[in-house]
Design a protein around this ligand. Structure first.
Ligand SMILES: NC(=O)C1=CN([C@@H]2O[C@H](COP(=O)(O)OP(=O)(O)OC[C@H]3O[C@@H](n4cnc5c(N)ncnc54)[C@H](OP(=O)(O)O)[C@@H]3O)[C@@H](O)[C@H]2O)C=CC1
Ligand SMILES: O=C(CO)COP(=O)(O)O
Length: 333
């Protein structure tokens, strides 16, 4: 039997994932703060602001702007809010969440200022035990999933039965979920690949080809694996859908906001100009500095994140960013 599932945040991915949940037979309620989005989904089954490509969202999907109404009786609560605003948005729900609900994060970012992963932020904001938190991450470009193209993801929870419950709730004929207990690995993969996508996009925008892109992706994967392992992740996770899989999808598609943001930088736009033309949140931008800070904290070198941090704060060109990556001693790969 379907579950009652609430999605907090009706952005592109929140709405597309809401459609997956509705297609899987659940009763889905979207919560959004913008009245225009709430009315669009509730009254017209359309999110013209964040996911205009879907003409008609499923009938078993509604929306509200009322926090208590949104989460009352929910079996599963999915959080799809821009990562830097997750804490401030979630504290408002702290006393409203049912005591047995599983809370699932779709977010891919590290909190600036604290260098905390989204599992830490969500659990702190909601005072949630670890076994009621799950992360979802994988190669999941929202527009393709909204078009119901075949795709897969990973659901991680320290309680594998809860991971299975969430995986079952989002399984459809076109969407497949695998399960894992490596929450830290999933969080690190999803957040750090966005920084790599910025760099690959930048190289592509500057006109460089496959070798340069492959170098950045592979060295980026090594960097995020080392940092993830130091944070307590299982290295196997980085070779799976949430790691290599998401890196391939995000670094290879103009549908990715991070790739596109980087590409615009590579074409010569400033950070401000690239932000202005960005269609939705490019999580890698605020996450880059958080990755550098986390690397410093854990004693893991993060040359790619450091170079991208200089791009974002000092306006380094693509050529200068790559020159920085080429500096340093000769080491084993
Ligand atoms: N798009 C994709 O393909 C994928 C995205 N993700 C991740 O999912 C997360 C959400 O992405 P996506 O939906 O695409 O992003 P969008 O940019 O489309 O939407 C961002 C969402 O965050 C909400 N938000 C921002 N600030 C606040 C706030 N202060 N309080 C409440 N809500 C707020 C926005 O609400 P409002 O519209 O009212 O401003 C909107 O619902 C990100 O972490 C992203 O990395 C993961 C996989 C795929
Ligand atoms: O995470 C994503 C695909 O898996 C989406 O990437 P962007 O946030 O860069 O659009």
């Amino acid at each position: 039997m379907g579950k009652r599932i609430t999605v907090l945040g009706a952005g592109a991915w929140g709405t597309a994932f809401g459609q997956v949940l509705a297609d899987a037979g659940n009763a889905v309620t979207m919560w959004a703060k913008e009245p225009e989005i709430v009315e669009g989904i509730r009254d017209h089954h359309h999110n013209g602001v964040r996911l205009p490509s879907v003409e008609k969202l499923p009938e078993n999907m509604t929306a509200t702007g009322d926090r208590a109404e949104a989460v009352k009786d929910a079996d599963i609560i999915v959080v799809a809010i821009a990562a830097q605003f997750a804490r401030v948005a979630l504290v408002e729900f702290k006393d409203l969440i049912p005591g047995d609900a599983i809370v699932v994060s779709l977010m891919k970012g590290i909190e600036r200022g604290t260098s905390k992963r989204m599992d830490e932020v969500v659990r702190e904001a909601l005072d949630l035990p670890a076994d009621r938190f799950a992360a979802i991450s994988g190669p999941n470009l929202s527009k393709e999933i909204a078009d119901r193209q075949p795709a897969a993801t990973v659901v991680a929870c320290v309680n594998i039965d809860h991971a299975r419950t969430v995986a079952e709730a989002c399984t459809t004929s076109y969407f497949k979920a695998f399960v894992s207990t490596d929450v830290i690995g999933l969080e690190m993969c999803g957040s750090l690949k966005n920084v790599v996508a910025l760099a690959v996009g930048m190289a592509r925008g500057a006109g460089y080809g496959e070798n340069t892109a492959a170098m950045i992706e592979t060295r980026g994967l090594a960097e995020l694996t080392a940092l993830g392992q130091a944070a307590g992740a299982d290295p196997k996770t980085f070779a799976g859908l949430a790691g290599v899989g998401d890196l391939i999808a995000t670094c290879g598609s103009p549908l990715s906001r991070n790739y596109t943001f980087g590409s615009n930088l590579g074409k010569g736009l400033s950070v401000e100009e690239a932000t202005k033309v960005s269609n939705g949140v490019a999580e890698g931008v605020p996450t880059t500095d958080a990755v550098v800070a986390l690397g410093d904290e854990l004693g893991v070198p993060t040359p790619l994140a450091y170079a991208m941090s200089r791009v974002l704060s000092e306006g380094l060109s693509c050529k200068e960013m790559l020159a920085q990556l080429f500096g340093g001693d000769i080491t084993e790969e």
